[in-house]
Write a protein of this length. Structure first.
Length: 144
């Protein structure tokens, strides 16, 4: 196994060893368990009927925004769970493919896997798929 200059650990572009795969498997299982334990965020719907004239009309938009935020968090949580399950399945069924980019078949850097053990793409391929503007609004016309 190639070594980094000046360091005892594996080089960033070395294939993962079995012990590293086991460590990533444990990390993925811990992440999955944490997400499952927290569960979905639920908010009681707060309807304001037309006949209800005594209600606080300023509270309705705030409640709707809170529900939208909770819904967005639940979707993100579900998406993360799917990615984690896919990574665990890959470690079970074809462990030699774990840590390989699904687009270019290059190794995903260890630092990326440490942060996102369920990463399916290398940084280069992921950045090619993202919005070239980075998702940020840059022009006044973006707001209309």
């Amino acid at each position: 196994m190639a070594r980094r200059a000046g360091g005892p650990g594996p080089a960033e572009d070395d294939e993962l060893s079995e012990s590293e795969r086991q460590r990533f498997r444990a990390l993925l299982e811990r992440l999955r368990d944490e997400l499952v334990e927290t569960g979905d965020v639920t908010l009681e719907p707060n309807r304001v009927d037309a006949a209800d004239v005594g209600g606080d009309e300023d509270a309705q938009p705030l409640n709707e925004m809170s529900q939208a935020i909770a819904s967005s968090r639940n979707r993100a949580r579900t998406g993360s769970l799917h990615l984690i399950e896919a990574a665990l399945r890959k470690l079970r069924e074809s462990p030699e493919d774990y840590g390989l980019c699904e687009v270019c078949d290059e190794l995903i850097r260890r630092r990326r896997l440490e942060l996102l053990p369920y990463a399916r793409l290398c940084v280069r391929c992921k950045s090619k798929r993202e919005d070239p503007r980075g998702g940020a609004r840059k022009k006044l016309t973006d707001f209309v």
